[in-house]
Write a protein that binds this ligand. Structure first.
Ligand SMILES: Nc1ncnc2c1ncn2[C@@H]1O[C@H](COP(=O)(O)OP(=O)(O)OP(=O)(O)O)[C@@H](O)[C@H]1O
Length: 209
């Protein structure tokens, strides 16, 4: 059982050249794999392929022996988007964002979510909280869906060092307790060295790990 990207390639419509070319990667349950590389080399694209937001032109993505995007049932791979503003409905208050992921309405009862989200944010719209706060809401939303794997795309880039450390401590707790597998995309080599079990680095150009 694992998240497998097998020789995947992807090119965006109307753009010359490949964004990702022949990339292969495995993330096991309970493992944190860091993905490093220069801007534009295809890290976010690979993350979107891993969770089924994009479909590879070549190669395949297999999640615990099944498809990345099953027609029915739970989405096993959740993406925490690099840009949480773009990933959130601007007309939904934070409470509605979390309730969509956990319709029981008891999301803050989850200790990890309770640590990430402050009650004072619940009645605000995404534009009424800071970028770093929105990143924490975005991570909480993804964890509420109880994924088996998480693609964490620069999830702590807009946080101060103390808040960043707290967020990763909470997330690594979920990795240990629930066996969550994480693909952590970051430019921050020191952070990846700290949180990842291993780091895949890409030198430059198109991503082909
Ligand atoms: N929606 C899109 N349409 C067209 N081209 C895109 C799109 N998104 C990304 N690209 C292009 O695909 C390539 C890979 O982009 P991607 O965002 O995956 O890189 P990245 O390594 O995550 O970069 P960064 O570290 O700056 O976030 C880049 O050349 C980028 O310009």
């Amino acid at each position: 059982m694992s998240l497998v990207l097998d020789d995947v390639s992807y090119r965006y419509p109307r753009v010359a050249g490949w964004a990702v070319r022949g990339a292969s990667l495995v993330v096991a349950p309970g493992e944190v794999v860091g993905l490093a590389g220069p801007s534009g080399c295809g890290k976010s694209t690979l993350g979107k392929l891993a969770c089924g937001v994009l479909v590879p032109a070549e190669g395949r993505v297999v999640v615990d022996d099944g498809p990345a995007r099953p027609r029915r049932g739970a989405r096993l791979v959740q993406l925490v988007h690099q840009d949480p503003v773009a990933a959130m409905n601007p007309r939904w208050r934070v409470r509605a964002v979390l309730d969509e992921a956990d319709p029981t309405g008891s999301s803050l009862a989850d200790p990890v979510v309770g640590a990430l989200v402050e009650t004072g944010w619940l009645d605000r719209y995404p534009h009424e909280i800071s970028g770093g706060e929105l990143q924490r809401v975005s991570l909480a939303r993804a964890l509420l869906a109880k994924p088996t794997y998480l693609v964490a795309d620069e999830i702590s880039a807009s946080l101060d060092p103390l808040t960043q450390a707290a967020l990763w401590r909470d997330l690594l707790g979920v990795v240990r307790e629930r066996g969550l597998g994480v693909l952590a995309v970051s430019h921050d080599a020191a952070l990846l060295a700290e949180v990842a079990d291993r780091v895949v680095s890409v030198g430059g150009g198109t991503l082909a790990v």
